[in-house]
Design a protein around this ligand. Structure first.
Ligand SMILES: *Cc1c(COP(=O)(O)O)cnc(C)c1O
Length: 359
């Protein structure tokens, strides 16, 4: 047997980039600016250029990026914030952490992303009930595919809601050339190692074209700083990206466009080979996915995963539990059957190995 297949092969990527990454890290160790060193500013400029926005502001992780977005948009108790129920916990967690109420929305069966029809239905219901103030939408670029922003932006405008793009999995994707991270009022991403663009620890970033938001985020991420970090003009947090992680990301960003091409080739191959056996993921016309995951729908997921396991191929379930089924959100009072598509997906999907080094 040759090298075993890895679900996400971070070691192969490191071997490929070792010399350059090691040199970048060594530079940081020598100049000694471990916090907010020059690599952080350099990365922020490159991220903004790549995504095509005025401001990219790095922070400690993708969850903090969402929390910082909630702070800037002044999301608070009594606010309703709409998000998909089929997502990673942090999307909904940060809404609750801001003391607002997460309002879950069902998914589209073909793209796995938030369903705009169900979104509008639930916004209307909330308006009619008149208990909570509809404030914002958090759309997620699940598994690397941008959500349906043309439609979601229309809905946000119609109901005067702020829009946050959770691009933790979406970085690198696009709709008609417009990149993930450039949709909505504020977008966030994560550099967790397994994400499409990952560092060697935790990391995150926030993207916006709004100068005022950008200034606020820079203050909130360093203890609500004014002129400097000992002049504190608001309550903030400590959420900076380490200089060493910025150094790693600068090198990874250089090869990222090629990795994206390779990931897309791997996904096309999967689709060719598997579309007779499973329901394979749909990429709508004009969309490019960054393939954070290659996720299929199977009638009997468990037996399929067993077959792969017997061949030494690792598979994973993202996600087996929707947000409305999580213990932490029990108090919201949702029940089985409230989100039929998302529940169906949670029962049937599994993900195959995906990275730019599948060979
Ligand atoms: C990973 C992820 C996050 C959180 O990112 P961290 O860097 O792990 O905090 C948020 N939203 C989604 C959809 C994610 O996949």
């Amino acid at each position: 047997m040759t090298n075993p297949v890895q679900f996400i092969d971070l070691k192969a990527q490191y071997q490929h980039l070792k010399k350059k990454i090691d040199a970048r890290i060594a530079t940081v160790l020598e100049h000694g600016h471990y916090i907010m060193g020059p690599e952080v500013q350099e990365l922020e400029q490159q991220l903004a250029d790549y995504v095509g926005v005025r401001h990219a502001i790095t922070c400690a992780n993708g969850t903090d990026a969402l929390t910082l977005a909630m702070m800037v948009l002044d999301i608070q108790e009594g606010d309703a914030v709409f998000c998909p129920t089929f997502t990673f916990f942090a999307t909904a967690e940060t809404i609750a952490f801001a003391n607002a109420t997460p309002m879950f929305v069902d998914s589209n069966e073909d793209t796995f992303n938030i369903c705009p029809i169900d979104l509008e239905k639930r916004i209307k219901q909330t308006v009619d009930e008149g208990k909570l103030t509809p404030k914002a939408i958090v759309a997620v670029d699940l598994f690397g595919l941008c959500a349906d922003y043309p439609e979601i932006e229309r809905i946000a405008k119609k109901y005067n809601l702020k829009l946050i793009e959770d691009a933790a999995q979406g970085f690198g994707g696009s709709i008609n050339g417009k990149k993930a991270g450039s949709f909505g009022d504020i977008a966030t991403t994560s550099f967790f190692p397994a994400k499409p663009l990952g560092c060697y620890g935790d990391g995150g970033a926030i993207f916006t074209n709004n100068d005022e938001y950008a200034e606020l985020i820079k203050s909130y991420r360093v203890h609500g700083k004014g002129k400097d970090k000992y002049d504190n003009v608001r309550i903030g947090m400590n959420s900076r990206l380490d200089t060493i992680q910025a150094a790693v990301l600068l090198e990874k960003l250089v090869v990222f466009p090629q990795e994206l091409i390779d990931r897309n080739k791997a996904a096309e191959k999967y689709t060719r080979q598997l579309s007779g056996t499973y329901k394979t993921p749909l990429v709508p016309e004009g969309y490019v996915s960054s393939w954070a995951q290659y996720t299929v729908l199977a009638k009997d997921r468990d037996s399929e995963m067993e077959k792969y396991k017997a061949q030494g191929i690792p598979t994973m379930v993202y996600y087996g539990t929707c947000m409305h089924q999580q213990t932490a959100f029990k108090a919201l009072g949702y029940k089985q059957g409230d989100f039929p598509v998302a529940e169906f997906l949670a029962d049937k999907v599994f993900s195959l190995p995906m990275h730019g080094y599948l060979g």
